[in-house]
Design a protein. Structure first.
Length: 254
């Protein structure tokens, strides 16, 4: 069985004191949930808080596409490893659209993360326009194939994929559970063509306006193994509620 994963993406929000409080509240709230893996991804300057809270793993929101050198402002995968990160989000739609990250750049970041033993969380998703034009599978297939071309199919065994429809991110309008399930199902089938074993074991998250209230139905879907949470991850009560929903779904064996 795949262990559920709930990951909070704090994006570029908050200040250090608030981050400490949020972390402590989340740690207290999830301490009894052992079926679910709980991860937070704070901004780079707060990653040093990672050693402080037991039971919560840390991830970064981005990583450089190169190993090291003259790349002003970039942070390498090795540096993230040094400060105790376990995960790194790769190819979030905000990175793709606001910072121009192409599929090729995303694939190089994925490979850098894995070379240092970090677990990449590869974000994929279609825009509203692409969905309207029935291009969802083509777009997401392309996003995944670009990574496979660089890192190889076997690399997906040590990775997580987060399906985040761009139109659902920060919109307050999550995908309907059946739509949220359809794409992870497609992704698993796509990966199964490369390796059935990798496909069966790979965790696929849903992200986009997940809240404590809609989490139970989303996490009950057979191909959704947890969530990548934005806005609701900044509120301890909401985030803990989402983690609880994942734990309950895991106990029900879905
Ligand atoms: P949201 O963001 O939960 O605020 O929609 C999700 C994300 O960007 O990962």
């Amino acid at each position: 069985m795949r262990r559920p994963l709930v990951m909070g993406n704090w994006k570029m929000n908050g200040r250090l004191e608030g981050a400490k409080v949020l972390l402590a509240e989340v740690a207290a709230g999830v301490s009894g949930l052992n079926a679910t893996e709980v991860v937070v991804c704070p901004p780079f300057p707060f990653l040093h808080l990672g050693g402080v809270q037991g039971g919560i793993a840390f991830g970064a929101q981005n990583v450089a596409a190169e190993a090291e050198g003259a790349y002003t402002g970039e942070v390498s995968a090795a540096m993230l490893k040094d400060v105790g990160c376990k995960y790194v989000i790769i190819g979030h739609s905000e990175r793709r659209t606001l910072f121009g990250e192409s599929n090729a750049v995303v694939a190089r970041k994925f490979a850098q993360a894995q070379a240092q033993g970090l677990i990449p969380v590869l974000c994929v998703g279609e825009t509203a326009e692409e969905r309207d034009r029935a291009l969802t599978e083509e777009v997401i297939g392309g996003q995944i194939q670009a990574v496979v071309a660089v890192a190889g199919a076997a690399a997906l065994a040590d990775a997580v994929i987060a399906y985040e429809p761009v139109w659902a991110i920060g919109s307050g309008r999550a995908a309907a559970p059946a739509d949220a399930q359809a794409v992870p199902h497609f992704i698993r089938a796509l990966v199964a063509r490369l390796s059935a074993e990798v496909a069966a074991g790979m965790r696929i998250l849903y992200g986009g306006s997940v809240k404590a209230q809609n989490a139970p139905e989303l996490f009950a879907q057979p191909d959704i193994d947890g969530g990548l949470i934005g806005g609701a991850a900044l509120n301890a009560q909401e985030f803990v509620g989402i983690c609880r929903a994942a734990d309950t779904a895991a106990r029900k064996g879905s």
